[in-house]
Design a protein around this ligand. Structure first.
Ligand code: G6P
Ligand code: MN
Length: 446
């Protein structure tokens, strides 16, 4: 089986490769094709993966390609994890957002819309290429903002594109950990919303929902990442566990304020940190060890500004070991390839699974995966207080896709001005002008 990784020269490729190396079942992936526009990163990444595979019997063969069509030929699965505009673009969006007093984070508010407007034309072309070159392949999308990107690609690929995020499963795992439950074997998570905008609404263990126990215990609630970010009282008040990205909504003013005192934005930090990584890894004797060090540092500082604004300490060491990301991806592939039924939280077209959301709009909900794809489990419910937010942000996402497909400046303005985190139509217009003059690839908006 062949897996093609678009953006395979990206920093998280070794995470996926680690999951593949752990997989010893028959019929596993035996060929990984890395596709990237950056030749030198491809070279370094193949050295990292070779180092990582040293001593592992039957490790998958790795090939590298700068030609997407060539890399896609014969693919059974395609992972897409690209960053249009690079880390420079991410930092520029943060700066533009900051200069207008709004959130510039890459997946939330202005930052998410701008990033999507730059990314969608590229991923639409990719979807068309997959349709033409590897029509039977399944596409697993990691590219952010993952919900919008998956929805846009589904216009071409239908249900053959499935989006992944590690934050819902990460939240569930941390919450269960706070209850002293370490194994996820007999658990069933209820989760509902959009990507980076959802809630855990039940934590069933052996058929019994343990969320009420957690909500009744403020000390336990305050013992893990999201509990600290939002505070036990607020979580008790809403009666559900919010995704960490909802922190930008619930504490918008506080994050903006902390932003002013932060030494640098996340994108700015990563720009420097990642440059150091690529030059160190390029000629290191053990480039995989270098990658491990840089990954640890990157994870330790994740969401630092939000955490600072909430007065939190360091991140829990447990959160740094393994994310759900690569395990979800592997379980998803196996579920489809071998009809191994699995229940996973994924980004798929709702098919009516979420009240108030169109059937062909992408939502993040529990799904049953089998050989025929990922199917939303009926019954996912957004908590009452969050329904308006989901509807508003879904509208913004639809207008963003409309802008990218038709080139309509009005649709882009609607997306920006009607986002709940942009508080003035004037500011929305100014953001759009700034984005257009900063990013040449936005000249298609007229
Ligand atoms: C989480 C999110 C991803 C996002 C990542 C950013 O894992 O779920 O969607 O890409 O964080 O991490 P970074 O190190 O780039 O800030
Ligand atoms: Mn995510």
């Amino acid at each position: 089986m062949k897996l093609t990784m678009i953006g395979g020269g990206g920093f998280r490729t070794p995470l996926v490769f680690a999951a593949l190396l752990r997989d010893t079942q028959p019929g596993r992936i035996d060929h990984v094709a890395l596709v990237d526009t950056d030749e030198s990163r491809l070279r370094t990444m193949s050295r990292i993966l070779a180092d990582q595979a040293a001593g592992v019997p039957d490790a998958p063969r790795v090939t590298v390609h700068t030609d997407t069509r060539e890399g896609l030929t014969g693919a059974d699965f395609v992972f897409s994890a690209i960053r249009v505009g690079g880390m420079d673009g991410r930092a520029a969006d943060e700066r533009i957002g900051q200069s207008h007093g709004v959130i510039g984070q890459e997946t939330v508010g202005y930052g998410g819309i701008s990033y999507a407007l730059r990314t969608l034309p590229v991923v639409m072309r990719l979807a068309e290429l997959v349709r033409d070159v590897a029509p039977d392949a399944w596409v697993i999308n990691f590219t952010n903002p993952a919900g919008i990107v998956t929805e846009a690609m589904s216009r071409v690929l239908g249900d053959r594109v499935i989006g992944i995020c590690d934050s819902p499963i990460g939240l569930a795992r941390r919450a269960l950990g706070a209850l002293g439950i370490r194994s996820m074997e007999t658990t069933e998570i209820e989760y509902a919303g959009l990507n980076h905008l959802g809630w855990v609404t039940a934590l069933r263990v052996d058929g019994v929902d343990r969320l009420p126990d957690l909500l009744a215990a403020p000390d336990r609630l305050g013992s893990f990442e999201e509990g600290k970010l939002f505070g036990p009282e607020w979580i008790q008040t809403i009666g559900a566990l919010p995704n960490e990205y909802l922190h930008y909504y619930a504490f918008q003013r506080d994050v903006l304020q902390a932003d002013q005192y932060a030494p640098q934005t996340r994108g700015r930090y990563l720009l420097v940190q990642q440059d150091r990584f690529w030059s160190r890894a390029a000629d290191a004797e053990h480039p995989y060890a270098v990658w491990q060090d840089f990954r640890h540092e990157r994870e330790t500082t994740y969401m630092a500004t939000n955490r600072d604004s909430a007065g939190m300490g360091d991140r829990d060491e447990d959160d740094l070991v393994s994310g759900g990301y690569e395990d979800v991806a592997l379980a998803l592939m196996r579920g489809i390839a071998y009809d191994q039924r699995a229940r996973l939280i994924l980004n798929v077209r709702s098919g009516g699974a979420l009240e108030g959301v169109d059937a062909d709009a992408v939502v993040e909900v529990p799904c049953i995966v089998d050989a025929s794809g990922a199917h939303p489990v009926p019954g996912a419910r957004v908590p009452a207080h969050g329904r308006g937010l989901v509807t508003a942000v879904k509208y913004v996402e639809t207008q963003t896709i409309e802008a990218a497909i038709s080139g309509s400046r009005s649709a882009a303005l609607r997306a920006l001005a009607l986002h709940p985190l942009v508080d003035s139509v004037r500011v929305a217009g100014a953001l759009l002008d700034d984005a257009r003059s900063t990013f040449p690839d936005l000249s298609y908006l007229r």
